[in-house]
Design a protein around this ligand. Structure first.
Ligand SMILES: [Zn+2]
Ligand SMILES: [Zn+2]
Length: 216
C-alpha cells in the first residue's frame, strides 16, 4: 500500500481562510489557541492533506515559548524566542490565523526592525525531558549570562567581550552615546590586570611582607 491513507490527499498549499496568504510545507504559522486569552501557538507545517470530505489538516511541529517549557522563562530568553520542539500534532487548517517567520538567532540579531511576525529560535527542545540542544551556550559580561537579544550590550575594544551597560554602572543612554568602550578590567588598572595574567617573577608581589633580615 502507498503511504497515504485511503481517502487522503496531499496538498501543496493551503490558503488561510479570509486571506490571500498561502501556506506551504515548511512555512511557520500562527495557530489559534483554544483559550483566546493566550498568544497564538507557533508551528512549522510539515504536511498538508485533505480528507475525502475536503477537510484540510496540517501536520505541524510545535514551537514552544519559554514559559511553556519545563524550565520556564529565564532572564536570557528573548521576548520573541521560541524553541523548536519534538512535539508533533495534526490540526485542522482552520486554526491557522496567519504566517510568521522564525529566524535563526544570528539573522534575528541583524534585523533592523523586529515585526510582530518575527521570532527566533536557537534551541531545539525535548518536550518530555525539558532538555535543550545545544545544552550549553556562550556567556558574556561580568554577570556571565547568555545573550538576550532584547538587551543592549556594548563590546569592549580591549578584550572583545560584550557587556550590559547596567553591569558596568552605565545607563542605556550613556552606552548609546559611547564611541569607544573599554570594560573595567581593560581600562582601570592595566598593571593589575597584566600581573594577573603573567607569572609573578617580580619580588614586588611580596612588597607588603616585611623584608627578612639578611643573614650572613
Ligand atoms: Zn551583565
Ligand atoms: Zn575588556
Amino acid at each position: 500500500m502507498a503511504k497515504t491513507k485511503p481517502g487522503k490527499k496531499d496538498l501543496d498549499s493551503y490558503t488561510i481562510k479570509g486571506t490571500t496568504k498561502v501556506v506551504r510545507t515548511g512555512d511557520c504559522v500562527l495557530m489559534r489557541p483554544s483559550d483566546s486569552d493566550k498568544p497564538p501557538y507557533v508551528a512549522r507545517v510539515e504536511k498538508i492533506e485533505a480528507d475525502h470530505r475536503n477537510n484540510v489538516k496540517v501536520r505541524v511541529r510545535w514551537y514552544y515559548r519559554p514559559e511553556e517549557s519545563i524550565g520556564g522563562r529565564r532572564q536570557f530568553h528573548g521576548a520573541k524566542e521560541l524553541f523548536l520542539s519534538d512535539h508533533y500534532d495534526v490540526q485542522s487548517a482552520h486554526t491557522i490565523e496567519g504566517k510568521c517567520t522564525v529566524h535563526s538567532f544570528k539573522n534575528y540579531t541583524k534585523l533592523e526592525n523586529v515585526g510582530a511576525e518575527d521570532y527566533f529560535c536557537r534551541f531545539e527542545y525535548k518536550a518530555s525531558t525539558g532538555g535543550f540542544t545545544p545544552d550549553r551556550v556562550a556567556v558574556y559580561c561580568k554577570c556571565e549570562m547568555p545573550y538576550n537579544p532584547d538587551d543592549l550590550m556594548v563590546q569592549c575594544e580591549g578584550c572583545k567581550d560584550w557587556f550590559h551597560p547596567s553591569c558596568m554602572g552605565m545607563t542605556i543612554e550613556d552606552a548609546k552615546k559611547l564611541e569607544h568602550f573599554l570594560c573595567s578590567d581593560c581600562s582601570s588598572d592595566d598593571d593589575a590586570k597584566r600581573s594577573l595574567n603573567t607569572f609573578p617573577v617580580s619580588p614586588s608581589v611580596e612588597a607588603k611582607v616585611e623584608p627578612k633580615r639578611r643573614k650572613r
